[in-house]
Design a protein around this ligand. Structure first.
Ligand code: PEP
Ligand code: MN
Length: 358
């Protein structure tokens, strides 16, 4: 249930609602909006009388929430959530592009990628340091060294970084470096990890599991939000179907469905969604047209020699061209994609740093 306060309700009136609800054994999550405050009540509501709350000072109405993901639902929070990371706003009118390699491979590779994607207009740098790989014999990521290289790339470009956290044990170290924590498809329902990221104050991008429904994705987001971390975005990255001509089936239906059911920002990942670089531009444009708030794209300075996911990675020139067309799609929808930044960034990174190999 949510208690919708009147515009201008006082803090004392809000506190009275919270105290009454907590006195009846339920948890409260106040959401302070520009005009009014709503208070979500979660837990065992059997002792809660809607009439009693309706009669309290400052209360406009109470609303029953049907969805099982109460805090993530649009009913609880009609306005879009906007997540701010180092001045970048995800969930607002700008379609934010996150880009970078699947894996951090070396200092030179991540810095070259970071400079290239920034120049093309990306606002966030991606790169995996801890990699969840299907085979135990595949490259597992550079680990903490990879995080250090990402931090260097952030220093050179000013781009915030998103990187995956795969275990509860490595969460403290990953959270120390990352500006956004990525939970991968394989961990969507790792409830221990969801609990843990719910308790850290870092934005989280939760990817849809390869056999997860939209409802299950939102229930997993609810684990994070209900533990106190409201800065969650959800990501469509393709699901597994009988179709074999692409790596996954990129479920673009999920974008408007998620936007309708939830206030959380929606990210689309056409790289994993298709698995082939030749399909990535078309599906990136389609994702923007479908209403995605952000894209996450795998970009590599030398995709043919990437240690992971090279087949679905664009090179820097292909990425810059894609960004040009995305701007036109976004503009048609009264949104925007950041302009290219042909700043002399390459000279900001000292040459030895760019040339150094891990
Ligand atoms: C990735 O982003 O490189 C990744 C492993 O993605 P997913 O969890 O969607 O497979
Ligand atoms: Mn990848």
């Amino acid at each position: 249930m949510i208690v919708v306060m009147k515009p201008g309700a006082t803090q004392a009136e809000i506190n009275a609602v919270i105290q009454r609800a907590e006195g009846l054994g339920v948890k409260t999550h106040p959401i302070y909006g520009d005009n009014r405050t709503v208070i979500a009540l979660v837990g065992d509501l059997t002792r809660i009388s809607r009439e009693a709350f309706n009669a309290m000072d400052g209360v406009h109405e109470t609303v029953r929430i049907q969805e099982p993901y109460k805090l993530s639902s649009r009913t609880a929070h009609p306005h879009d959530t906007i997540i701010e990371v180092m001045g970048v706003k995800i969930g607002g009118p700008e379609v934010v592009v996150m880009a970078g390699p699947c894996s951090v491979e070396s200092r030179a590779q991540i810095i070259e990628a970071a400079i290239g994607v920034k120049e093309a207009g990306a606002k966030i740098l991606r790169g995996g340091a801890f990699k969840p790989r299907t085979s135990p014999y595949s490259f597992q990521g550079l680990g903490v060294k990879g995080l250090e290289y990402l931090a260097e790339a952030r220093e050179v470009t000013g781009l915030p970084i998103i990187t995956e956290v795969t275990t509860v044990e490595t969460l403290p170290i990953v959270a120390e470096y990352a500006d956004i924590l990525q939970i991968g498809a394989r961990n969507m329902q790792n409830y221990g990890l969801l609990h843990a990221v719910g308790k850290v104050q870092r934005p989280v991008m939760l990817k849809r599991g390869m056999s997860g429904t939209v409802e299950e994705l939102l229930m997993c987001a609810e684990y994070i939000v209900s533990n106190g971390n409201y800065n969650v975005m959800v990501c469509e990255r393709g699901i597994r179907t009988y179709e074999t001509s692409t790596r996954n089936t990129f479920d673009l239906n999920a974008v408007p469905v998620l936007k309708q059911r939830s206030h959380l920002p929606v990210v689309a990942d056409p790289s994993h969604g298709t698995g082939y670089r030749e399909y990535v531009p078309a599906m990136s444009r389609a994702a923007v047209a479908a209403g995605a708030d952000a894209l996450i794209l795998e970009i590599h300075p030398d995709p043919d020699n990437a240690v992971s996911d090279g087949r679905q990675s664009l090179d820097l020139k292909e990425f810059a061209d894609l960004m040009t067309s995305l701007r036109r799609i976004a503009a048609a929808l009264d949104r925007s994609v950041a302009p290219a930044q042909p700043a002399p960034l390459a000279t900001v990174a000292p040459a030895p740093l760019v040339k150094a190999i891990a």
